[in-house]
Design a protein around this ligand. Structure first.
Ligand code: SF4
Length: 93
């Protein structure tokens, strides 16, 4: 892996090549509002970027980003709320 020389300077990145950044347009995209609070976002000279994905908006197109660290608790909460319903259904059988 080569070290980024554009948006995430100094970070190793799979998209970095000897010819420069190979990602769409030659650089990755900034995080979007939904990423705020995610532990995978980090601040660089040109703004906030994701350590896992070069284009964060794509990760939120069809629901929550699967690697978001800040929405896991919301998913866990939803599951916790579902369980009592399942349990009561089971009891009803
Ligand atoms: S992991 Fe997902 S939510 Fe977190 S910064 Fe990256 S794209 Fe955004």
């Amino acid at each position: 892996m080569l070290v980024c020389e554009t948006t995430r300077k100094g970070k190793k990145c799979t998209f970095m090549t000897a010819q420069g950044c190979s990602f769409n347009g030659g650089s990755c995209a900034e995080i979007i509002e939904a990423c705020n609070g995610c532990a995978r976002s980090e601040q660089h000279e040109n703004g906030w970027f994701c350590t896992a994905f070069p284009e964060p908006s794509v990760k939120w197109k069809n629901g929550n980003c699967n690697l978001a660290t800040h929405v896991q608790s919301a998913v866990a909460d939803a599951k916790a709320k579902l369980n009592p319903i399942k349990a009561s259904k089971r009891r009803g059988k």
